[in-house]
Design a protein around this ligand. Structure first.
Ligand code: PLP
Length: 393
């Protein structure tokens, strides 16, 4: 650890997770979802690590993310999962990026951009099969398909995919799963009957990739599993390895008497004579303010709860009678190898999902990549702890 704190990303774990997913779901192609800066792991290093593990596609939300992958020299197919009117569609078409279309106006906008760019846009038509988020409803679907087919006939688009998204894949046995699956099959049938010949039909997120083979079709789209996480009850299976470790050091340790109130609002008071340790991480870095008294961290071989209100850039640990010193390492969460909590444990304590825990740490905290686990290329830009020349395996 060079600075006072770091988010350390195990790229070998990402590669290994994708390899393991490919083994367990060998039929479909795999799109590694790298939105939200690779779920907080760094989009480009995560993407390269996933490609090294056998991902054939990358999924992002926005055109600018896809363009950043292209600028870095990544040539794999990339799909923008959200249709966003007014996005840089011409640039996307020129960059060979696949776009989602879920309404006739958006499809028309993309076709116009493609005409201006001088090459057809590859579009994936998105059906709303019951999530009620993006996607065309069953009523709007035939019109979207017809618009796409006529734009395809005019040479402006290629219908590359048809897809949808499951609302409850992580709730085993939820009746909506079968309903969405049937609605998706129906949407595909309607499009194919109208003459569409999509290369890929896709529906499965992490939970569905792990538990619902009937949803795999031609391509699965795991995000969380790539990083060793899942939203299923009990979290991810043990053959997936969490890739993110957040660690820091005590920047101050001091003795205080029993009955000492701690931090904003004095919401915590020491029980007896204590050593208080200060860590340079707070809610600005990614520890939710609601983590006070709730989540545990590992220090000095034991777990400790955060004592008192989490501040913007600081939090306090109460080591009670245990000695603690400035410089002592504190692991917030990681794969659990050394007894540190996992992001899943933080999520369970906080009443959220592990994805939110890890993506909270996208902002201020420097990311480090101790091993460059992918390809023969140079260390990714912005990685701080890979010495030059260590990149080649
Ligand atoms: C985020 C996302 C995924 C990945 O979901 P996970 O649960 O992380 O696997 C897949 N598809 C779409 C449309 C998404 O938005």
């Amino acid at each position: 650890m060079k600075g006072p704190a770091e988010a350390q990303v195990d790229l070998a774990a990402i590669t290994g997770n994708v390899e393991a997913l490919r083994q367990r779901a060998p039929g479909p192609q795999l799109m590694a979802v790298v939105k939200a800066d690779g779920y907080g792991h760094g989009m480009i290093p995560a993407a390269r690590a996933a490609l090294a593990g056998g991902a054939g596609w990358l999924g992002v939300v926005h055109v600018h993310e896809a363009l950043a992958l292209r600028r870095d020299g990544i040539t794999a197919p990339v799909l923008c999962l959200s249709g966003v009117p007014g996005a840089a569609h011409q640039d996307a078409v020129r960059g060979g990026i696949d776009l989602t279309a879920d309404s006739v106006p958006l499809l028309t906008e993309i076709a116009t951009a493609a005409a201006q760019a001088g090459r057809p846009a590859r579009v994936h038509l998105k059906a709303d099969t019951g999530m009620s988020r993006g996607g065309a409803t069953a009523a709007g679907w035939p019109g979207l398909v017809a618009a796409a087919l006529s734009a395809q006939a005019a040479g402006h688009v290629v219908i590359a995919g048809i897809w949808s998204h499951l609302a409850c894949a992580d709730i085993p046995g939820h009746p909506s799963i079968a309903g969405q699956l049937a609605a998706f099959r129906q949407a595909v049938a309607v499009a194919e009957a109208a003459g569409a010949r999509p290369e890929v039909r896709h529906l499965a997120n992490t939970a569905a990739t792990l538990t619902l083979p009937e949803t795999w079709f031609d391509l699965v789209r795991p995000g969380g599993a790539v990083y060793g996480l899942a939203t299923l009850p009990g979290g991810a299976p043990p053959w997936l390895r969490p890739a993110l470790t957040v660690r820091t050091r005590l920047v101050l340790a001091k003795q205080v008497p029993g009955g000492t109130p701690v931090s904003y609002g004095h919401r915590y008071t020491t029980q007896g004579p204590s050593t208080l340790g200060l860590i340079p991480l707070g809610y600005a870095e990614g520890i939710p303010r609601t983590a006070s008294g709730v989540v545990e961290v590992l220090a000095r071989g034991r777990r400790w709860r955060i004592a008192g209100t989490v501040c913007m850039d600081l939090s306090v640990l109460d080591f009670a009678g245990e000695p603690a010193e400035a410089g002592d390492e504190v692991v917030l969460f990681g794969p659990g190898d050394s007894g540190e909590p996992t992001a899943q444990e933080w999520a369970d304590a906080l009443g959220t999902i592990s994805y939110e825990v890890v993506t909270n740490f996208t902002g201020l905290l420097p990311r480090t990549y101790p091993e460059v686990a992918y390809g023969q290329g140079p260390a990714p830009a912005g990685t701080s702890s890979s010495p030059a020349g260590s990149a080649a395996p």
